[in-house]
Design a protein around this ligand. Structure first.
Ligand code: NAD
Ligand code: UDX
Length: 457
């Protein structure tokens, strides 16, 4: 099938590459010339395991092309995927300007039937806005061409995006019940047929329910994390181990084991903004989603938990103190720094007067870019950050190590070397990578999340 992907970011590039891998003829459009140049020069603009190989293979086979040519992109695809960003507006609602711009471009150049797929995460009712934008452009050109807007939210996780896309738990597709909607449904069915071969994974529904499902899923997952973080903080007080509690409750199939890890808060491009956007949608209808307000507040507080523990240990004024930080990306296997907990920790430590040495296996360059923006008005703080060459280099002369991202490379370090390099053997573990009792036996002062019962014995 002939497919156009509008927006060649995390979701767009993964969607385009994976659909090409399945034999489709894919045109990836972006307005960012830099991204398109990188792709046309054989690279990829993001770090995502397995993606570069798929892109290279399909480029070589002529199944995927990258361009900034809007008119050509509209002409190319019978199915037009909108996969542009929907960042938070100042009031927390989803900013739909890129989605509407993409829709207008479709309306400006289309001449035959198009299935327009909202792949971006968009608030309930957006498909109607996309339809209206396309119709207005068609009207301005006095052209009659049919189309149908479909909602097909994406559930991939960064760091496992290719695997998630290729082996989805479910495919959610919302179509309307008009003749055009039926035509769109049959094209979507054909496109996704390879994913449904062994068993049917597609959930067909109306457009609004599909749009809602995406927010409901992310809000549910964010709620589980904030709930566990709140329990972890209580566990520290009452003398319980949150990891034991996690196993104890996760074994109940009604609860399940996933997304119950307490830590130093959730980040990324999705949970923070989607929780906020769902709250805003509710407010538009005069409702307050109290649970989601709490989820957000707990997460904001949780991002400070490592810094707070470090200040409790070393004092509020950290002048003269030097710390090592392992992990900057919001989660492992990505270089994405959006809403990363490391940024909050760095702000806390630097503002309290400390200096830091940081290390991340892949996001050093992206971290530099983002931190320069975070501290643009405080060059003296920026100057207090040293970018280390490797994890052990970061530890030299540090008063303590703080772990923010659970990269595999941090899971089994040479603890003798860790102790030898640190000024004093103190570890603040924001992702509960290590066993507190083992750390105590190794002579390391260990501060986990919700595990102090095991270190205070
Ligand atoms: P991104 O910022 O990585 O990519 C968006 C791309 O769209 C950018 O390259 C931008 O230049 C391009 N763009 C903007 N306007 C355009 C236009 N008019 N025409 C062509 N290109 C245009 O964003 P992302 O992380 O891929 O997210 C895209 C959407 O998917 C968002 O709604 C997000 O919530 C959702 N989503 C993201 C993830 C994720 O893990 N990143 C997962 C599921 C859903
Ligand atoms: C999320 C959703 O999982 C995915 O389905 C959706 O399409 C996009 O948003 P992503 O943001 O890539 O994916 O990462 P995810 O693995 O969900 O982690 C999000 C954040 O939650 C990370 O900061 C992670 O460290 C944190 N997290 C996750 C926890 O703190 N505890 C957990 O148990 C799980």
């Amino acid at each position: 099938m002939k497919i156009t992907i509008i927006g060649t970011g995390y979701v767009g590039l993964v969607t385009g590459a994976c659909l090409a891998e399945l034999g489709n003829d894919v045109f990836c459009l972006d307005v960012d010339q830099r991204k398109i140049d990188i792709l046309n020069n054989g690279g990829i603009p993001i770090h995502e395991p397995g993606l570069e190989e798929i892109v290279a293979r399909n480029r070589a086979a002529g199944r995927i092309q990258f361009s900034t040519d809007i008119e050509a992109s509209v002409k190319h695809g019978d199915v037009q995927f909108i996969a542009v960003g929907t960042p938070p507006d100042e009031d927390g609602s989803a900013d739909l300007q890129y989605v509407v711009a993409a829709a207008k471009n479709i309306g400006k150049y289309m001449t035959n039937f198009k299935v327009v797929v909202d792949k971006s995460t968009v608030p309930v009712g957006t498909a109607d806005r996309v339809s209206a934008a396309i119709s207005a452009e068609l009207g301005a050109r006095s052209v009659t061409a049919e189309f149908s807007v479909v909602s097909n939210p994406e559930f991939l996780k960064e760091g496992a995006a290719v695997e998630d896309f290729m082996r989805p738990d479910r495919i959610v597709i919302g179509c309307d019940q008009t003749p055009q909607g039926e035509k769109a449904r049959s094209q979507m069915k054909k496109l996704y047929a390879p994913f449904n071969r062994n068993h049917e994974r597609t959930y067909w529904m109306d457009v609004r329910s599909a749009e809602f499902t995406k927010y409901a899923a992310n809000a549910m997952l964010a709620t589980r994390i904030s709930f566990m973080n709140e329990l972890a903080n209580l566990a520290d007080h009452v003398g319980a181990d949150i990891e034991a509690v996690r196993h104890g409750i996760g074994s109940d199939p009604r609860i399940g084991h996933s997304f119950l890890y307490a830590g130093c808060g959730y980040g990324g491009s999705c949970f923070p903004k989607d929780v906020q956007a769902l709250e805003r949608t509710a407010q538009d209808y005069g409702l307050n989603l109290l649970i989601l307000q709490a989820v957000e507040a707990v997460n904001a507080r949780q991002k400070q938990v490592l810094g707070d523990k470090m200040q409790q240990r070393f004092g509020e004024n950290l002048s003269g103190r030097h710390f090592a930080i392992w992990g900057l990306a919001f989660k492992p296997n990505t270089d994405d720094m959006r809403a990363a907990s490391s940024r909050v920790l760095l702000g806390e430590l630097l503002r309290a007067g400390a200096t830091v040495a940081v290390y991340d296996p892949v996001s050093m360059q992206e971290a530099k870019r983002v931190l320069e923006l975070d501290f643009y008005d405080a060059p003296e703080l920026l100057a207090s950050i040293r970018y280390a060459a490797n994890p052990m280099d970061a530890l030299v002369d540090a008063d303590a190590l703080a772990i923010v991202t659970e990269w595999k490379a941090f899971r089994s370090p040479d603890f003798d070397e860790v102790k030898a390099r640190l000024k004093q053997p103190v570890v603040f573990d924001g992702r509960n990578l290590f066993e507190p009792t083992v750390m105590t036996e190794l002579g390391i002062e260990y501060h986990g999340i919700g595990r102090s019962v095991l270190t205070n014995k």
